[in-house]
Design a protein around this ligand. Structure first.
Ligand SMILES: [Zn+2]
Length: 553
């Protein structure tokens, strides 16, 4: 038995806020304290430390195929850096698009123990799981993309029985070993292929004539009826377009009160006011989230510097390609399933637009009241590489630091933002909600994100330092399933993570039209689509964990 003793525990899932208590671990699980504080076989003295469950990133592009394109496109991102050393390109490195190994190591070193890939094309699921299987230590899971695929759009255009949509959604989750469903620019990627360059929420798309609103309604309904814990994960229409705040609000309403998660909402919170026709819509978005209990969002904060953007949204990425830095980009397609665009980008604090994007993200964090419904992401690598999280935590926790930074950005952007007037500072308890308890809850991971007996022993001990960036950058101890994997910010032991999935019940009669569709249009035969559990293990997953669905079908 392991005893993690003397630390101050933050476990918001159970209302535990900075309580001094010991945590006991046996066989990879947290266990009740033995009588009279018995010593463990192994003891870690955590006096002066903060203890939290392992952090969970619910939206990070670490293995959906696009990352491989990003890696190939930016060899300059894969330089071994070091003071006074010639920068050499080498494997096992990378900043904006790290290698699989680097991604697993860097996450574990920061105290993250589970990461979720949000853009897995069903036709590319096998490759995505191989890539994630090659990412060590952390647990993984993925959301399968639907909403621009011809099979679904045909069902909706033909006003098919909602049961068919539901069965198709369940079949997709099962066949692709996914944990949830994501809709990217619903209908818009398909519309792009028919030469549309924009698509509003109530605009019928060319060819199928289906509106984004109808797609969102059908998918949120299917997931609710199947009882899938994670709501529809939505990258809304008009990403990055000034004035898109209206389509973002319409997207929230399209869920008709059912649960919906809006991802990287910072990129969807723009007004079109002022001389530059670009303004913050953060107050309207935060107010809408505060009012609608069915809505959750992650921010997709931008941080300044070089990164690469990788998205299923071909329409938006084609639009962004003129901003590529360095000047190279890719838009491509696989099986007409969804889309893919990879565009390198450098966010500059002296650019009015970039500086205001930075401020808008912070406004959303600070104006949404409920930390259970707003999540800490940079949409890695789109807003910034995930290694910027400790810096972002400090921006949220330390008003002085935030205002110092605000004074350095483009002065017109600073003046156009309310960030400087917002007093709020996040507490450690709120950070623990936002990065542990809430993501576990919204993903349906009952034994993660908390520290009660029975939970997986994913535990982090941080030295309690006033510099929160330094604190969160380099935890003292990181345990994954009860094994010490990182010490003072360095990996000390490499393990394999599990894969989190759902497998809701469905009526197999959907396989007949699907088989006909695959025979007629796809290059992969229907029988070769489903990925079985054995394959998942062969490609590096430790085990496939199936989370229950509370379906009422
Ligand atoms: Zn994303």
């Amino acid at each position: 038995m392991i005893r993690i003793k003397g630390g101050k525990v933050y476990d918001p899932a159970h209302g535990v806020d900075a309580e001094l208590r010991d945590v006991y671990v046996r066989d990879g699980r947290i266990v009740p304290a033995p009588a009279a504080g018995a010593p463990g076989d192994e003891e870690y003295d955590c006096t002066g430390m903060v203890i939290m469950a392992g952090a969970i990133d619910l939206h990070t592009h670490i293995g959906g195929g696009k990352v491989n394109i990003a890696r190939a496109m930016l060899p300059e991102d894969h330089r071994a850096t070091g003071v006074g050393r010639t920068a050499l390109t080498r494997s096992g490195s990378g900043h904006a698009a790290p290698s699989t190994f680097s991604a697993g190591y860097r996450y574990a070193e920061m105290g993250y123990t589970a990461c979720f890939e949000p853009a897995m094309l069903p036709s590319n699921a096998r490759q995505a799981h191989m890539e994630m299987g090659d990412t060590p230590i952390v647990d993984k899971g993925a959301y399968a993309l639907l909403g621009n695929d011809d099979f679904l759009l045909r069902l909706l255009a033909g006003k098919s029985d909602p049961a068919m949509v539901r069965n198709y959604v369940a079949w997709t989750l099962s066949a692709t070993q996914a944990l949830g469903i994501k809709a990217v620019n619903p209908g818009g990627i398909s519309a792009f292929k028919f030469n549309a360059r924009k698509l509003d929420v109530d605009e019928p798309a060319p060819h199928y004539g289906v509106t984004p609103r109808a797609i969102l309604a059908a998918l949120t309904r299917a997931l609710q009826e199947l009882g899938v814990p994670h709501p529809l994960h939505v990258h809304a229409s008009n990403l990055g377009v000034p004035g898109n705040v209206d389509s973002t609000l319409a997207t929230m309403d399209a869920a008709e009160g059912r649960p919906i998660h809006l991802t990287h909402i910072q990129f969807h919170s723009y007004g079109a006011e002022g001389d530059r026709k670009f303004s913050s819509g953060a107050a309207r978005i935060a107010e809408a989230i505060n009012r609608r209990r069915n809505v959750t969002a992650d921010v997709g904060q931008i941080l300044f510097g070089q990164t690469i953007t990788a998205s299923g949204d071909s329409m938006a990425q084609y639009r962004n390609s003129r901003l590529a830095h360095p000047n190279k980009w890719v838009c491509m397609d696989i099986e007409c399933d969804a889309g893919c665009g990879v565009v390198p980008f450098r966010y500059r604090d002296q650019s009015f637009v970039n500086a205001l994007q930075w401020a808008i993200g912070l406004e959303i964090f600070l104006l949404v009241d409920d930390p259970w419904r707003v999540f800490l992401t940079t949409d890695h690598p789109n807003g910034a590489p995930f290694t910027g999280y400790p810096h972002l935590v400090r921006l949220l926790m330390d008003r002085g630091f935030r205002n110092d930074r605000l004074a350095q950005i483009h002065p017109d952007a600073a003046a156009a933002s309310t960030v400087g007037r917002i007093q709020r500072e996040y507490s450690l308890y709120e950070i623990a909600i936002m990065t542990r308890a809430a993501p576990a809850r919204i993903l349906g991971l009952a034994d993660r994100g908390h520290l009660a007996a029975g939970a997986a022993a994913d535990i982090v001990a941080y030295l309690d330092q006033p510099d929160r960036e330094a604190m969160f950058m380099q935890p003292e101890y990181v345990f994954k399933d009860g094994q010490l994997v990182a010490r003072r910010g360095r990996v000390v032991h490499v393990t394999r993570g599990a894969t989190h999935t759902v497998k809701p019940e469905f009526d197999r009669s959907i396989e007949r039209p699907l088989r006909e569709f695959f025979d007629r249009y796809q290059t992969v035969s229907f029988d070769n689509v489903p990925i079985d559990g054995g394959e998942m293990i062969d490609c590096g997953s430790r085990e496939v964990l199936v989370h229950p669905c509370a379906g009422r079908t």
